[in-house]
Design a binder for this molecule. Sequence first.
Ligand SMILES: Cc1ncc(COP(=O)(O)O)c(C=O)c1O
Length: 396
Amino acid sequence: MAHDPLDSIQQALSRVPTERQRRLRTFRPGPDATLLPGEAGSSQWPLLDLASNDYLGLSAHPSLKAAAMAAIQSDGVGCGGSRLVSGTRPCHNNLETALAEWLGCERVLLFPSGFQANLAAVLALADRHSEVIADRLIHHSLLVGIQASGARLRRFRHNDLSDLRRLLERGAQNEPGRRRLVVSESLFSMEGTSPDLAGIAAACQEFGALLLVDEAHALGLLGPGGRGLAWGLAGVSLVSGTFGKAFGAGGAFLASDGVVGQWLLQDSGAFRYTTALAPPLAAAALAALEQLQADADQGIALLRRAQRWRDGLEAAHWRRPPGEGPVLPLHVGDDALALDLQRHLEQAGLLAVAIRPPTVPAGTARLRLVLRRDLPHGSLDRLLHALATWPHAPSR
Ligand SMILES: Cc1ncc(COP(=O)(O)O)c(C=O)c1O
């Protein structure tokens, strides 16, 4: 009898240790940055949301909701076709034009998700003859893109400009004719750190390499008016952004000069062979951009809060979370311990999620605390109090 082809998958599943198993939980957004119990298996009581990437609390903003509903009325829920067939709507053109103007670039193209935009970005800039030099901690979507491109991958130490320069220099000496692409992020979502992007861009120019920057977590918060850290830098070939985080909506975009934009339009399968971004999401993303433009200091207010939280955690003897943005990892190391801390905080009504391998390297499990602009007054005290009663809390 033929063997069961699912056997090997079953075996692989049985090897996932308990403390690394994932499960889905259901929440409903509640008032004052809370998440309410959704259905069975979620939580028992409202939890303060210290986990999602809705950094500015825009997902529930009345103007985004109104824009999404108006778009459904005028353009329908879905487009029923790809952008290049019948799926382009005025809301797509409006959003692409507004983003291009805001970012001061020649071309913006929308994608249904940041994961897909990242695939498209890498595949547009690298092929099997290329070399990709990437930060060791780039997002999975970028890595999948690199693997799909067939390019040779070299990795530099996280945010280590001199290591990157070493690889660029060696490549330029040994294989001067090979196309090189450098890939990094402007705010690493599990680390909270940002690279010296100006230094990276300058190195790329010096050694003739292309540069792709994923601004998923920085857009709306970092850089002038929330335009991201790549904004205004010469030497950046392509910027990737998502509407699923600070923009409070969903969908994504790539921003570039005219040549790369045209190449994406002509060549990208990830753009061509997918249904256009749903009109309510495109309209909500445009409304979010208008909110950002109306109050360009929203990101700064959040960064100030992030500074206070870092100070508070450090004063409570936790290792100061690196970086300046709203992502504050609390390093615990052990997977089971990170889960224990997550459960402990949940008992106190706080949701922050344990991040474990393979999302982060083995032995570096952490609790990922995420700040939002709309957290109620007293949230930091609540957190510090709950952390202080955890039996494994650091003491000094
Ligand atoms: C750094 C980074 N890039 C890209 C993405 C993908 O964005 P999206 O959620 O729009 O698919 C994410 C989200 O997990 C991310 O953290």
